[in-house]
Design a protein around this ligand. Structure first.
Ligand SMILES: Nc1ncnc2c1ncn2[C@@H]1O[C@H](COP(=O)(O)OP(=O)(O)OP(=O)(O)O)[C@@H](O)[C@H]1O
Ligand SMILES: [Mg+2]
Length: 296
């Protein structure tokens, strides 16, 4: 019920965030690629849809002809598993990339089943990097240095951050052009957001002046419950235009797609979930275009 209602919304209608929906421009096909915009998908709260957003936004951008590299930057390896890779079966991961001088990102790359979408996988080894990096000079810039060689090959590099504001997440923020913040539409969604904003602010001031916030994305939205609508309303009150008009509905098709090791855009291409992430890709490209991104 809720699903079909969202699909039928037209520009000018009041959207799920309580604001009139703008018309987003159709993304133009690209004739050249790169250099990549690096986007950190970040929220230190667990289970808010960071990994799901990384996989499905990446796949939706790839459908639009944008070359995407997804970086699994969580020792849990959920992004790798969600793309059908068994992280314990792989020799080279992001851990090797960070810690070994002679390992290049291309040595670690996996091509996914989605045309134009590649992955730098991780597994539990990455938890060791956090401890080891503490002693490195320039410890906040190690990921940025490791990604440099592949920046010319992609239009977007999406980093799936772990649920913490530790050194790995700081590395992601220190090399990112922008950050996208998924928020679960439930009562405690805003808990921790002030700390996240403070951290982003400090990274901007001390490590990475170019870092901007792309926006906040409401996930696991259920229009049938009053409280998810109230939560989204309060997020819009607090953050205004930073909140994406697109919201991601709660549906079991996301966990199903994870089990299948595929993005929802290929696992169930005509589903509500697939269409939401396609809408998000269109909205995000529209936002990026306004900030001067030539690949958007
Ligand atoms: N829109 C949605 N509707 C229903 N389930 C969802 C939705 N988005 C994500 N999920 C499910 O919720 C769980 C958490 O999602 P996900 O792994 O994307 O969150 P996360 O923020 O990356 O978590 P973590 O902080 O542990 O890394 C997963 O089982 C996922 O399949
Ligand atoms: Mg995750």
């Amino acid at each position: 019920m809720a699903a079909s209602r969202v699909i039928e919304l037209m520009p000018g209608d009041i959207g799920p965030t309580g604001r009139p929906l703008p018309a987003f421009a159709e993304p133009e096909p690209l004739t050249t690629h790169g250099p990549a915009r690096i986007v950190a998908i970040c929220n230190q709260k667990g289970g808010v849809g960071k990994t799901t957003t990384t996989i499905n936004l990446g796949a939706a951008l790839a459908e639009r002809g944008r070359r995407c590299l997804l970086v699994d930057f969580d020792p849990q390896g959920a992004l790798s598993v969600g793309l059908g890779i068994q992280p314990h079966d792989i020799d080279m991961t992001v851990y090797n990339l960070l810690m070994e001088k002679d390992v290049d990102a291309r040595d670690v790359l996996f091509h996914t089943t989605i045309d134009g979408m590649d992955l730098l996988p991780s597994n539990i080894d990455l938890s060791g990097a956090e401890v080891q990096l503490v002693h490195e000079v320039g410890r906040e810039f190690v990921l940025g240095g490791s990604l440099k060689s592949v920046v010319p090959d992609y239009d977007y590099i999406l980093i799936d951050c772990q649920p913490s504001l530790g050194l790995l997440t700081i590395n992601a923020l220190a090399c990112a052009d922008s950050v996208l913040i998924p928020l679960e539409c439930e009562y405690f969604a805003m808990r921790g957001v002030a700390l996240l904003m403070e951290t982003i602010d400090k990274v901007q001031q001390r490590l990475n002046p170019k870092l901007i916030i792309d926006g906040l994305l409401g996930t696991m939205y259920d229009s049938r419950t009053l409280h998810t609508r109230e939560v989204l309303g309060s997020v819009v009150n607090g953050f205004g235009d930073k909140v994406f008009h697109t919201v991601i509905n709660r549906t079991v098709r996301f966990p199903d797609a994870t089990v299948a090791g595929e993005p929802i855009t290929s696992f169930d291409s005509t589903s509500m979930g697939a269409s939401s992430y396609r809408d998000l890709a269109k909205e995000v490209l529209d936002r990026w275009r306004r900030t001067g991104d030539a690949n958007a």
